[in-house]
Ligand binder design. Structure first.
Ligand code: AHR
Length: 306
């Protein structure tokens, strides 16, 4: 009945399902912003009290946040680690307090007994997929410039590794320049400008491999300003599948993107619940997405921007 539903609703708000701390990296990209929004919405939908902390790209802020979550006695912690190394101590502290930590989206270089699980895509596979597409598109002959993500992040390290593992099979496909653009649009533009300058205006560059869409979009601007046509004179392949990249693909400015699912809150909250009830949780809950091409870009843009 309506009365019962109202009563249930009231009791749900009066007593939260769980108290969860979420240490987010920041808001460097469109993907990150939608991931944050998705996780907050999922927490609200489930009646979870989510303590959100934005680390502004700094690991020390994340360590502080995790310690404060431990002090508040949360039921679980979501940690999106900005870089891979340097987590052992704080993860041990959480474990010592009996608080499960779920790594969200990025991985760490630490013993897996120190966290409950990782809810993330396989970045190595994403890089490999981007390279396989590029190899097929160029018949294995291409001078590539690479826009790397945040230095030391699993997303940048693994996307580089996956890409290189595939191009290693093609002697005439190689990375001629590579630098970090910090996963931002402005970083991508700035670094691409320096690549174009260093390569005599860019005529010899066959493709840009950007570790995320935002950097690709920055590169597109730089290529246009250099008087070249992105998507034709210089191919552009990137990762994330944010709405803006579909618009760019539909306009012919970029050529391929690989989807990174931003809806990681559901599986992360489920994992904490499962662990609380004493059941096993797998160490890696994978969330890989497909490669999209210009032929469906207009339609995808419509779906994702409405
Ligand atoms: O860790 C995932 C990466 O971080 C996304 O690809 C990028 O857009 C974000 O900033």
């Amino acid at each position: 009945t309506l009365a019962m539903a109202v009563a249930l609703g009231l009791s749900a708000t009066a007593q939260a399902e769980m108290l969860i701390g979420f240490s987010q990296i920041g808001s460097e990209s469109g993907w990150r912003t939608s991931e944050t929004a998705s996780i907050k919405a999922e927490a609200e939908r489930r009646g979870i009290d989510l303590k959100f902390s934005d680390a502004q790209q700094k690991q020390e802020n994340q360590i502080k946040a995790v310690r404060s979550f431990i002090a508040q006695g949360v039921d679980g912690i979501l940690l999106a680690p900005v870089v891979e190394t340097g987590w052992d101590q704080v993860l041990k502290e959480a474990k010592g307090a009996g608080i499960p930590v779920v790594l969200i989206d990025r991985g760490v270089d630490a013993d897996e007994s120190l966290y409950l699980t990782k809810v993330a895509s396989d970045f190595v596979q994403e890089g490999a997929l981007a390279a396989a597409w590029l190899a097929a598109e160029t018949n294995g002959v291409c001078d590539v410039v690479e826009l790397q993500g945040t230095v030391g992040s699993s997303a940048a390290n693994d996307r580089k590794e996956g890409f290189e593992s595939v191009i290693g099979n093609f002697p005439s496909l190689s990375i001629i320049r590579s630098q970090s653009g910090n996963f931002t649009r402005s970083g991508g533009k700035e670094v691409m400008e320096s690549f174009l300058k260093a390569e005599n205006g860019g005529k010899s560059i066959c493709a840009v491999y950007a570790h995320n869409d935002d950097m690709a979009l920055g590169a597109v601007q730089a290529i246009k300003e250099a008087g070249l046509k992105p998507g034709e004179d210089i191919l552009v392949v990137s990762i994330d599948a944010v709405p803006d990249i579909f618009k760019a693909m539909a306009d012919g400015d970029t050529n391929a993107t690989i989807e990174l699912n931003p809806h990681l809150g559901g599986p992360a909250f489920d994992a904490i619940k499962t662990a609380k009830s004493g059941r096993e949780v797998p160490k890696w809950i994978k969330a890989n997405g497909p490669l999209y091409l210009p032929d469906t870009a207009a339609e995808e843009y419509k779906k994702r921007s409405s």
